[in-house]
Design a protein around this ligand. Structure first.
Ligand code: KIV
Ligand code: ZN
Length: 387
């Protein structure tokens, strides 16, 4: 029996921190419903103390969602925690996520606090959050650049104060996979009461390593991953939910945990988030890009037509695409061309008729990036007219 990996989606909070990606209350509710259909475990709906609008959005999501836990972010300040508690009142299941920075640069330059003061604030915040819910998450912000000894001290103290999830953020995307995985293993080993809480990770993508760091953490015992649809998020974004989830599912041979997500909802979620935020998905984006399951080269198309597993490690249908896609272009071979023509209802009467049509197709493909069905129809008409 595998462990459960909790998927904590922060599209509506960290994702919304992408410059230009802010969402209205109703848009957040639409996305939250899509995330609920996807069966994510926790939806971080926003930061209620940030604005009246975000308070209203978190409240609306809390009222609308039944099957996922709804979470609100709060700094380690009474007023933030009270605001989050208030916004989450109607939730069937709620979580307060409180955070304070723990790296030397953040404590000295931003907070202007001593490490002892930071621990005091963290403990006080967790205790206050526990007055609203027994599901409290604590994050030592910029953990990736924090000292391990200090992290051990503060995390032990917040567990004693009632934190049930310890989230380790690589806030500035500075870590690399082996190092980040080792950090999770060390914290779990060194903190005496570590088994009383679930370890979570929250990785940013500044070096393009957010998903790799998250997976390395999972291999070292993290049992919650924070991520966003399409990898949306502050600066270069967060770990992409679709990549984390499909890596765990596809490589179940190496992971000792599993998610409960209905992965067939992934593409629908991706398209919804893209259309609401106006952030297009790049065509070669893993899982949700338009080319993620498209084959153009003749060798690949021939292989896939014989057996999909020659060039596909996942099924397009399992993530919500209607099918894989054979793109006809100048790299395509006779087999894929003939196959598509048959699908369009055209049967070649002889080998030479096929050769002639394939020759015309290649000439056209040299002039166009992609050959669509309409181009093939025109080609058939031309073959018929000329013969
Ligand atoms: O990146 C970060 O550190 C955060 C925290 C609030 C968890 O988003
Ligand atoms: Zn973040």
């Amino acid at each position: 029996m595998k462990d459960k990996l909790i998927i904590f989606d922060t599209t509506l909070r960290d994702g919304e921190q992408s410059p230009g990606a802010s969402m209205t209350r109703d848009e957040k509710v639409r996305i939250a419903r899509a995330l609920e259909r996807l069966k994510v475990d926790v939806i971080e709906a926003g930061f209620p103390a940030a604005s009246d609008g975000d308070f209203a959005a978190v409240k609306a999501v809390a009222g609308a969602i039944k099957d996922s836990t709804v979470c609100g972010l709060a700094r380690a300040l009474d007023k933030d925690i009270d605001r989050a508690g208030e916004a989450l009142k109607q939730a069937q299941s709620s979580r307060i996520h409180t955070f304070i920075a723990t790296s030397p640069i953040h404590m000295q330059m931003k907070l202007k606090m001593s490490p002892e003061q930071v621990i005091e604030y963290a403990v006080k915040a967790v205790k206050r959050a526990r007055l609203y819910t027994d599901n409290v998450e604590f994050s030592p912000e910029d953990a990736g650049r924090s000292e391990e000894d200090f992290l051990c001290r503060i995390l032990e103290a917040v567990i004693d104060a009632g934190a049930t999830t310890l989230n380790i953020p690589d806030t500035v995307g500075y870590s690399i996979p082996a190092e980040f995985g080792a950090m999770i293993a060390n914290l779990r080993r060194r903190i005496p009461n570590a088994d009383k809480a679930i370890f979570s990770v929250h990785c940013h993508n500044d070096l393009g390593l957010a998903v790799a760091n998250s997976l390395s953490a999972v291999m070292n015992g993290a049992r919650q991953v924070e991520c966003t649809i399409n990898g949306l998020g502050e600066r270069a974004g967060n770990a992409a939910l679709e990549e984390v989830v499909m890596a765990i599912k596809t490589r179940h041979d190496v992971f000792s945990c599993d998610t409960r997500l209905d992965t067939r909802e992934i593409v629908a979620c991706s398209k919804l988030v893209s259309s609401i935020t106006g952030f297009p998905v790049q065509p070669n984006k893993a899982i949700v890009g338009a080319n993620a399951f498209a084959h153009e080269s003749g060798i690949h198309q021939d292989g896939v037509l014989k057996n999909r597993e020659t060039y596909e490690i996942m099924r397009a249908e399992d993530v919500g695409w209607s099918a894989n896609r054979m793109v006809l272009g100048k790299h395509s071979g006779r087999n894929a061309f003939k196959n598509r023509m048959t699908e369009l209802g055209f049967e070649f009467q002889s080998e030479s008729e096929l050769n002639d049509a394939f020759y015309r197709f290649k000439q056209l493909a040299d002039k166009k990036h992609e050959i669509f069905d309409e181009d093939l129809q025109a080609l058939i008409t031309a073959v018929n007219t000329d013969s």
